[in-house]
Design a protein around this ligand. Structure first.
Ligand code: PSU
Ligand code: MN
Length: 305
């Protein structure tokens, strides 16, 4: 049996058959500074509740996978400055050693699937980094989408990445990339990427039906729902492009590699935009949480499988 520990609220929600939305914790420990990380984590949970679903923030604590964090646990995690960043490769080792750490998109998908949770909201998934042709830096999030049956709602892949290559890898892996409400793939802080999304579905009902159909076909893997940031909160791509280039140049010059790349770039872009990218990041996660809650609700109603 996997070492799963359900919060009382999630144990009750499971018993009652209520819709549950998984949330990751790396965005809390590595994606945003304190105290905005804690404020955002709380706001995202409230957004999911206001849409009639139950939030399950997932993290590893003392060798247990926690599905749902009580308020004091969430607050403690948000204040931890040296939390581990756990992906598929690290999860079992951390659990076997009784360690504590935050779960990435990939690890959160694994834990959500173990807990029977089908929908997960985040900010932006990891993907193919620029320069991957020499660095080989491709996020484990992409492989996870290919093998674990969870629908992930994100605002596209982060604009720090090579988005055309990220789309190519997702296509190769057979991952449906579904834009919601527009034809174009959104680019995290911006609604536009200049790239057409491979698929488009405009309602939670259609996304839920596609999720169920994958199961009926016996296809492993999940779906990536690319939900554009609300218009009022976006930062135009033209503003961000030079700042992203500057942050990437600094990362290269400082020899930042592997797991440290994404947290470094997010932090530098927050600084270079004087907090504007952080405000946009908060707004897009909350927007994704609301859509994920509606998808989870539809899934509990429509048992097509
Ligand atoms: N979305 C955000 N902020 C984040 C992340 C996602 O808005 O910090 C995290 C997720 O946990 C994702 C990780 O899995 O960044 C990607 O890291 P990497 O590129 O090292 O795979
Ligand atoms: Mn990487």
């Amino acid at each position: 049996m996997p070492p799963l520990s359900f919060s009382p609220e999630i144990a009750q929600a499971r018993a009652d058959g209520q819709p549950i939305v998984a949330l990751e914790s790396t965005i809390i420990t590595h994606g945003m500074p304190y105290p905005q990380n804690l404020e955002t984590a709380r706001a995202v949970e409230a957004d999911i509740r206001s849409e009639g679903a139950v939030p399950a923030t997932i993290a590893v604590m003392k060798g247990q996978i926690h599905i749902g964090l009580a308020p004091e646990r969430l607050a403690a995690l948000a204040r931890t400055s040296d939390a581990l960043k756990l992906s598929r490769a690290d999860l079992a080792v951390a659990l076997a050693r009784g360690q504590t750490g935050a779960t990435t998109v990939a690890a959160t998908m694994i834990c959500a699937a173990l807990a029977g949770i089908e929908v997960f909201a985040t900010g932006g998934i990891g993907g193919v980094h620029r320069g991957a042709e020499t660095s080989f830096d491709i996020s484990a999030d992409l492989q996870e989408l290919a093998q674990t049956r969870v629908t992930v709602v994100a605002a596209g892949a982060k604009a720090i990445l090579d988005l055309p290559k990220t789309l190519e890898v997702l296509e190769t892996l057979g991952v449906p990339v579904i834009a919601c409400g527009q034809d174009e793939l959104p680019a995290f802080w911006s609604r536009e990427s200049g790239l057409a999304a491979p698929l488009r579905l405009d309602s939670a009902e259609e996304i839920a039906a596609a999720h169920r159909m994958r199961a009926r076909l016996g296809l492993p893997g999940g779906q990536l729902v690319a939900n554009p940031i609300p218009q009022a909160d976006e930062i135009p791509a033209s503003t961000l492009t030079p700042l992203i280039a500057k942050a990437i140049a600094e990362a290269t010059a400082q020899g930042i590699a592997a797991k440290a790349v994404t947290p470094f770039l997010l932090r530098r872009i927050h600084e270079l935009t004087e907090g504007a990218s952080l405000s946009a990041n908060i707004a897009l996660v909350r927007n994704n949480a609301r859509l994920a809650a509606r998808i989870a609700q539809t899934l509990t109603r429509v048992q097509l499988a």
